[in-house]
Write a protein that binds this ligand. Structure first.
Ligand code: SF4
Ligand code: SF4
Length: 375
């Protein structure tokens, strides 16, 4: 085991391989508050990548309702239970990561789902934490809540799938940090399934090898956002590249949201993988539940997010979500306009901070019609 630094847990930790960060790290921010669980992302991925035999159950992108939903079944609960106590002292994780808690002779503390665990992708959908009395929904806040969690592979800085693979079939691309599985090397031992705490590596029984999310790398290489991002109805997603905290740059949209404003947080940072999909936590869910899920920064992140209506920079950047099919490498706000730029600083998109509203006249003399949808 090597000693590596994981900034998400604020300390060094043990990992199977030495630290080797890519030149650029693929990353993304998902704004949970905007997800409507339409599953368009799930289908965009499915129709693009997993239409072959043996891939029927593969959801490289899935959206589950928390607290009860999970795919595969109880993916998070099973690991949280076996990991034991997870305590933080301020921003430093004091418990064990899944690498440090690995049983003797194993590289990762993991578990392997059964085929039954993959049989209920919609379990818990739209179930909230308790009974909502008739009419209580109109008198928020009430004590019951749920939220939608969209998940893809996190293209982790310290991937457990990679550490767990005895064949060296999984690799992390040095150019963009995307984690890929070489099916030519894979012998179907399924150790990546066991090792990945997020259960985002799958096994194809028809082919006899593992398969996983590839972050739509053919699109990334052309400067385009992945399919599940491009098709997101709620415009909750922003693709980009993240820097290490000391190299964070305010004009990099991911750096700004994660490192500078700290409004977007990693999923289960205590597992120790330094995952690279970041979430703006939901405003109206239980704080202890969210602290376990996203670490100790939730309260501050929610406070910052709540202030966005009085914070033109933050509100402006949030307006860039879902505004272009290209990857926004840099951004700036000037007055009421937010601009997204590519790697060469060329303008990709301009978005107004306030959406203009046009009220059409009821009578249209050109077409000689009366519109019934006008005030
Ligand atoms: S989320 Fe799982 S499959 Fe994806 S890189 Fe991390 S460990 Fe590997
Ligand atoms: S497409 Fe967007 S809004 Fe719809 S479920 Fe997926 S992440 Fe949520």
């Amino acid at each position: 085991m090597a000693r590596v630094y994981n900034w998400q847990i604020g300390r060094q930790m043990s990992y199977w391989y030495p630290e080797a960060r890519p030149k650029k790290q693929f990353a993304a921010v998902f704004d949970i508050n905007k997800c409507i669980a339409c599953q368009t992302c799930t289908l965009a991925c499915k129709t693009t990548w997993t239409s072959g035999q043996g891939q029927e159950y593969m959801l490289w992108n899935n959206v589950e309702t928390k607290p009860y939903g999970s795919y595969p079944l109880a993916w998070d609960l099973k690991l949280l239970e076996s990991l034991g106590g997870q305590s933080w002292r301020e921003n430093r994780y004091e418990g064990q990561t899944i690498f440090e808690a690995a049983p003797a002779g194993e590289r990762v503390l993991g578990w392997k789902p059964t085929s039954d665990d993959y049989a209920y992708p919609n379990n818990g959908e739209d179930d909230c934490t308790g009974q909502v009395d008739k009419g209580a929904g109109f008198s928020i806040p009430h004590m019951n809540w749920f939220f939608y969690l969209a998940r893809i592979c996190n293209h982790c800085t310290y991937p457990a799938c990679l550490a767990g693979c005895p064949r060296g079939s999984i690799y992390k691309r040095p150019d963009d940090g995307i984690v890929l599985l070489d099916q030519g090397r894979c012998r179907g031992y399924q150790e990546c399934l066991r090792a990945c705490p997020y259960k985002k590596s799958f096994f194809n029984p028809m082919v006899g090898t593992g398969e996983k999310c590839i972050a739509c790398f053919p699109k990334i290489e052309q400067g385009l956002q992945p399919q599940c991002f491009l098709n997101c109805i709620g415009k909750i997603r922003l693709t980009g590249f993240i820097s290490e905290p000391a190299k964070a740059s305010a004009d990099n949209p991911i750096d700004y949201l994660v490192h500078i404003r700290k409004v977007a947080l990693p999923l289960f940072p205590q597992f120790g993988l330094e995952p690279n999909i970041y979430y703006i936590p939901p405003l109206h869910a239980s704080l202890p539940f969210l602290n376990q899920m996203f670490g100790p920064g939730v309260e501050a992140a929610r406070k910052t997010y709540r202030s966005a209506s009085k914070d033109s920079d933050l509100a402006g950047l949030l307006c860039l979500f879902g505004s272009t099919e290209s990857i926004v490498h840099r951004w700036r706000r000037e007055g009421e306009t937010v601009t997204g730029m590519d790697e060469k600083n060329s303008t990709l998109v301009r978005v107004p901070l306030t959406e203009p509203v046009y009220i059409r006249a009821a009578y249209d003399p050109k077409f000689q019609i009366v519109r019934t949808n006008c005030p």
